[in-house]
Design a protein around this ligand. Structure first.
Ligand SMILES: Cc1ncc(COP(=O)(O)O)c(C=O)c1O
Length: 376
């Protein structure tokens, strides 16, 4: 890598995604529309027909101008949804930008971030790029991936920012509100609670931002609202933390069209809630189906499941064979703490069943293969 790149960035491992649907379709002779994404934790439910086009149309006349940098009309609707005041919100281009802004505001450089492992890595990536020390407190499989409260609080005593993803990705487990608040009150730095999946879990620590002046809650329209391509996220925090974040936030990173889409999505809150309920039912069905194939599945409060394939090789083999059928799952099998596991996003029942049928073939195929080898 070129010497122009700062050493802290040169040392980073690039965040990697599965290939695009077009690339996968081309590689395996499929039509792009036959590729189903079980890897991004996005929603299979879209905004009502015609809404995207009508939002684009409503912005057409003003598209030569920047959006109102305070995003005030979205903030007004969002404050109702989030149960806070408008000046307790920071709106950004996705929760990833919220994380970036929080790291710049509360951590800076050459200081210390405490996170956990396994978890969503973006806070760590932002922090490392600025030359910070990162400490990962282990989430142990035998504890259902719960955070060890004492270890976490102790590590935070000389830290400048702490990060907890709740429900956690890629494991899907949820920490109780009381535990998160106890941690917030016991540490001397800001705690960023990433609630990207909170609509699926039905609980939030957002009502505590006034009581806890060091609490920042990050959220997104990418998951339950089905707006990942729109790129809208937000933070909820006390006014003094918001004031700091507002100094760092890029003023126009959310496009006029995305602002209009997010407002429409909030107007359709009840259909989002119906979709969340449908996905919870589909999660249960898929979980039972995977368990019936002999795969241990971890309890999840989000729109995905973590399934244990027993070894890195079995997981990689299943992943590759599913890919050939256009079924893209998230391979986390080489990551510490979730070795041998694949993360599977819940989609509509028909697609979930398509996945289960293919997995059944793969798993019985490999069992037959094993018993044949044992016989010979
Ligand atoms: C836990 C978590 N936080 C944040 C994000 C990023 O969300 P956004 O699309 O709003 O940037 C994701 C995306 O997968 C996520 O899983």
């Amino acid at each position: 890598m070129a010497d122009y790149v700062v050493p802290t960035v040169r040392a980073l491992k690039a965040y990697s995604w599965e290939d695009s649907s077009e690339k996968i379709a081309k590689a395996y002779g499929l039509r792009p529309e036959d590729v189903v994404r079980f890897d991004m934790n996005t929603s299979p439910y879209f905004l009502a027909e015609g809404l995207v086009a009508s939002c684009a149309k409503s912005c057409a006349n003003a598209i030569a101008e920047y959006p109102d940098a305070s995003y005030s009309s979205l903030a007004a609707k969002l404050s109702e949804y989030a149960g806070c005041q408008q000046d307790e919100l920071v709106i950004c281009a996705g929760c990833d930008e919220v994380l970036d802004v929080a790291v710049k505001t509360f951590l800076g450089s050459n200081r210390k971030l405490v996170t956990s492992e396994p978890t969503y890595p973006m806070a760590e990536i932002c922090a490392s790029s600025l030359g910070n020390t990162v400490v990962r407190v282990a989430r142990k499989k035998e504890a259902g991936y719960a955070i060890d409260e004492n270890d976490f609080v102790e590590e935070c005593q000389n830290a400048n920012l702490a990060y907890i993803c709740n429900p956690n990705s890629p494991t899907g487990n949820l920490e109780p509100v009381e535990k998160i608040i106890r941690i917030t009150k016991a540490i001397p730095c800001v705690l960023f609670v990433d609630e990207a999946y909170f609509e699926f879990a039905g609980q939030s620590v957002a009502p505590f931002v006034r009581e806890c002046p060091n609490l920042v809650v990050g959220r997104t329209f990418s998951k339950a609202f089905g707006l990942a391509g729109g790129r809208v996220g937000y933070a909820i925090a006390s006014r003094s933390l918001v004031e700091g974040m507002e100094k760092v936030r890029p003023p126009n990173s959310v496009s006029s069209i995305s602002l209009a889409l997010a407002q429409k999505a909030l107007e359709q809150k009840s259909s989002m809630q119906r979709n969340v309920m449908a996905l919870a039912a589909s999660r249960k069905t898929l979980c039972l189906r995977l368990e019936s194939l002999g795969l241990p599945v971890f309890s999840s409060q989000a729109n995905f499941l973590l399934a244990d394939f027993g070894s890195v090789e079995s997981a990689a083999n299943a992943c590759q064979k599913l890919l050939q059928k256009g079924l893209v799952v998230r391979d986390v099998s080489k990551k510490p703490g979730v070795e041998g596991c694949l993360r599977i996003t819940i989609r509509k029942d028909a697609d979930n069943e398509r996945l289960a049928v293919e997995l059944e073939k793969i798993l019985t195929g490999s069992n037959e293969q094993k018993s044949k080898t044992q016989r010979t």
